[in-house]
Design a protein around this ligand. Structure first.
Ligand SMILES: Nc1ncnc2c1ncn2[C@@H]1O[C@H](COP(=O)(O)OP(=O)(O)OP(=O)(O)O)[C@@H](O)[C@H]1O
Ligand SMILES: [Mg+2]
Length: 611
């Protein structure tokens, strides 16, 4: 198809050349042969006229009043001065159109009307002037010339008494003309062949660079910008090639810039913390970035083109439906909040336009607010919890002091009893405030650890010693399963770790009514494990994951009655994590609980900060 187009231009140029030359040569040939023929005939006529005039034949014939009676005489004169048998023959015709004498003996005595062109004879006789014609005698074309013979008698009257009729054979002229024509045709054919060849070469010199351009453009259309067109000349085509190369460079540059921008945008989209979705106005998805996929749970192997907005986001809420979205962002951007049990997303959307300023789609940005929402909820809960925890002891203190003021002071036993309660409630508030302050300091990094390498065993021994009394009060035994003389070292802040152990042990004792509390210390695979088990009431499966939350208590009333605030394990976990360790609890309800504290062990040798 393309090839045909190229060759058609080439052939069209050749054809135009061919036709131009053909027309020119044809006109030239026709003109030349015609003028040659006219020239030949003219000179023939001139020759004959000259010969006839110079021969005095007309004058000689004019001497006779009548030609017929002197035919012998005339014939003799003709025979004398005219040679017969040459390509021209001469006859004398009298006024009655009889051939009186002729260089051709066959014609003598015949009627001129039978053998000659009688029209020119008649007009010569009537008008008295030379006439001529061309005619065909058999296969031979001839030129006829007729000269009138004028006789003037003694009285001065003149009359046309006859005519001299010359017939010239045109065969040789015709042969010459056809020979010339032949030569012309041959020359023309040769010229045309040369024209076709030259024309083809010229056309090729024009079409070849155009073909080059076409080939390069074809490559470019397939994305290959490396090839450039060779500039072979300085003419228009050379300039075209040069301009083309320039354009190609510009295009290459522009495409590289566009690609760069695209890559940049792609990277931004890829690593954007917010989810981004672009859709067209029909709800077809144009783009989804990884964050949006993650938020909406769309696997990365599903191409965005096969996604539908309505199935992806449109069904979340009424104001996220496509039409609602389009309406909402008609006058600027819109926003919405998607809330579920486990997620909160702030959604913002706006239309985007094409280069003509027409709306073509909507960009939706999803911001994951789950964590922020959770923190806000926690904060609200925290304030509520703190107020609640403070309110109970304050109410108690208030009611006991009122009762005392109302007269109970007068009874010393009751008064002492009441004051003890007031004192314990104040203690409780004090503990609560202390715990809160510690948590707050840790949250703000204002309570730095003083890490030193020290023996975990000695720390555990000390903690057990401190708790022994309260265990004994409840009739519980504390069993040490480890070697109390042992030496297992860890980098720790002793005071904090003691607080951790006391919290865990106090819980074990608090929530165990009978049986024992056991404690073990092990070092395995680079970890020091402190395992505290009890035979107490245990923790229900559902609560197990929550006991490290602030203020969380399985049984609020029971815990509170034992002076608990629900902050112990929260502080414990935070301290352990600051030591780069971890704390976990396992429990079966009614059978007991095991709390495992893991700390990284020290296995480096060198300068140590030994306690
Ligand atoms: N050994 C255990 N056996 C059973 N339940 C436990 C045990 N340890 C913790 N719990 C549960 O976990 C909750 C949270 O413990 P945490 O130490 O944080 O609070 P608390 O002991 O109630 O109060 P605080 O320690 O602040 O005086 C407790 O209220 C209790 O319900
Ligand atoms: Mg506790």
């Amino acid at each position: 198809m393309k090839k045909g187009k190229h060759s058609s231009v080439r052939w069209r140029i050749v054809l135009i050349y061919f036709m131009l030359l053909f027309a020119a040569l044809t006109i030239l040939a026709v003109y030349l042969t015609n003028s040659m023929r006219a020239y030949q005939l003219d000179s023939l006529k001139e020759n004959i006229t000259k010969t006839v005039n110079q021969s005095n034949l007309l004058k000689f014939l004019g001497g006779f009043a009548e030609l017929e009676p002197y035919s012998e005489e005339i014939q003799q004169s003709l025979d004398g001065s005219w040679t017969s048998g040459f390509s021209q023959e001469l006859s004398v015709v009298d006024e009655k159109l009889r051939v009186v004498a002729s260089t051709n003996s066959n014609l003598k005595g015949r009627n001129a009307a039978d053998v000659f062109d009688s029209d020119i004879i008649v007009s010569a006789l009537v008008q008295g002037r030379s006439t001529e014609s061309e005619s065909q005698t058999g296969s031979i074309s001839v030129k006829n010339l007729c000269f009138p013979v004028q006789h003037t008698d003694v009285s001065g009257r003149s009359a046309y008494t006859g005519a001299v009729y010359v017939r010239a054979d045109l065969s040789s002229i015709n042969a010459f003309l056809s020979q010339s024509r032949m030569i012309f045709l041959q020359a023309m054919a040769l010229a045309l062949v040369i024209t076709v060849v030259l024309g083809f070469m010229v056309a090729r010199s024009i079409t070849e660079p155009i073909n080059d351009v076409t080939k390069t453009v074809e490559k470019m259309s397939q994305g290959d910008f490396s090839a450039s067109i060779a500039v072979k000349s300085d003419d228009e085509i050379g300039q075209l090639a040069e301009m083309f190369n320039l354009m190609q460079q510009k295009l290459d540059q522009t495409i590289a810039e566009i690609n760069n921008e695209k890559n940049k945008l792609g990277t931004i989209l890829e690593y954007m913390a917010d989810g981004l979705i672009a859709i067209d106005l029909d709800g077809n998805v144009l783009q989804v970035n990884p964050t949006a996929r993650h938020i909406l749970g769309i696997p990365s192997d599903i191409p965005s083109e096969s996604l539908k907005y309505s199935e992806m986001l449109g069904h979340f809420s009424a104001d996220m439906e496509l039409n609602a979205l389009k309406d909402a962002c008609r006058d600027g951007s819109g926003e919405s909040l998607l809330r579920g049990d486990e997620y909160t997303y702030a959604v913002r959307f706006d239309r985007f336009k094409d280069e003509n300023g027409e709306d073509v789609g909507i960009i939706i940005i999803m911001q994951d607010m789950t964590e922020r929402q959770r923190l806000e909820d926690m904060q609200t809960d925290f304030v509520a919890n703190v107020s609640h925890e403070l309110k109970t002891p304050l109410t108690n203190i208030k009611s006991y002091t009122e009762t005392l003021l109302d007269g109970a002071l007068d009874d010393p036993d009751t008064a002492r009893n009441f004051l003890q309660i007031v004192d314990s409630e104040a203690d409780r508030m004090n503990r609560l405030v202390k715990d809160l302050l510690q948590l707050s300091r840790m949250d703000h990094g204002q309570d730095p650890l003083f890490l030193k390498e020290s023996n975990v065993i000695s720390l555990v021994n000390m903690a057990i010693m401190k708790m022994e009394l309260s265990a004994r009060h409840k009739g519980l035994e504390i069993r040490s399963l480890y070697d109390i003389e042992g030496d297992i070292r860890a980098m720790m802040d002793r005071d904090r770790m003691e607080q951790v152990l006391l919290n865990v042990l106090s819980n074990a004792i608090k929530y165990t009514n009978e049986g024992y509390v056991s404690i073990d210390v092990k070092e395995q695979s680079g970890q020091i494990k402190i395992i505290v088990s009890d035979t107490g009431i245990g923790i229900p499966e559902a609560s197990l994951s929550r006991i490290f939350e602030r203020f969380y208590r399985v049984d609020k009333a029971r815990s509170r009655s034992m002076g608990g605030t629900g902050l112990g394990l929260a502080i414990t976990k935070q301290i352990v994590e600051e030591h780069k360790g971890s704390i976990e609890a396992e429990s079966s309800e009614g059978k007991g609980t095991t709390v495992v504290i893991s700390l990284p062990s020290v296995n480096r040798k060198g300068i140590r900060n030994i306690d």
